[in-house]
Design a protein around this ligand. Structure first.
Ligand code: SF4
Ligand code: SF4
Length: 176
């Protein structure tokens, strides 16, 4: 099935389909800061030290969870990880009942389209290896935004009902 993401529930995807759903943007590999008072989350342009900033791929994907404790390893039994995905992430879009954007490689047929559309972190970020933690607040960005929280209850509801979460009313990712 060439357009599997339109017909299969997220948690029914095969391992290959699951990996193909990632658009390769690298946005989830950016460091985030949380306001302890408001709970607001802000992305920075500081990337995980394992991210290849040009390829926008993890240098040790198979062992990422062992290498980086904060790495978002998406799994059916880890619903909290989905809460931290950026607003444009393909896994989040499907959970929110939204279509994949035209720049997604599954739609365009071109793995470079995510970069050409300016949606990836390529050439826009710096490795955390070069930034002191005290400087992180100076690196807050607005071109990557968090999405709404996808609580465990919503994920369970979706899984049980085999249906989509009600349509998201936020920004169109193609306009970000
Ligand atoms: S934000 Fe989502 S689509 Fe982009 S690299 Fe991370 S998991 Fe893949
Ligand atoms: S360890 Fe996780 S956060 Fe770091 S580059 Fe790899 S996938 Fe991204």
């Amino acid at each position: 099935m060439t357009d599997f993401w339109r017909h299969k529930p997220l948690f029914s995807l095969s391992p290959d389909e699951w990996e193909a759903l990632c658009d390769g943007c690298g946005r989830c590999c950016l460091n985030k800061l949380e306001d302890v008072d408001s709970g607001e989350v802000y992305y920075t342009n500081i990337a995980c030290h394992l991210l290849d900033i040009t390829a926008c791929r993890c240098r040790d994907y198979a062992r990422r969870a062992e290498q980086v404790a904060e790495c978002l390893v998406l799994a059916r039994d880890q619903p909290a990880a989905f809460d931290d995905l950026p607003s444009t992430c393909a896994y989040r879009l499907l959970l929110e009942g939204r279509p994949l954007p035209e720049w997604h490689p599954l739609i365009s047929g071109d793995p470079e389209s995510v970069h050409a559309a300016g949606m990836s972190v390529r050439d826009k970020v710096v490795s955390e290896a070069y930034i002191h933690p005290s400087q992180f607040p100076e690196h807050i960005i607005t071109w990557v935004m968090p999405g709404r929280r996808l609580s465990e209850g919503l994920l369970q509801e979706k899984e049980e009902a085999g249906a989509m979460i009600p349509p998201y009313s936020g920004a169109d990712p193609k306009k970000e």
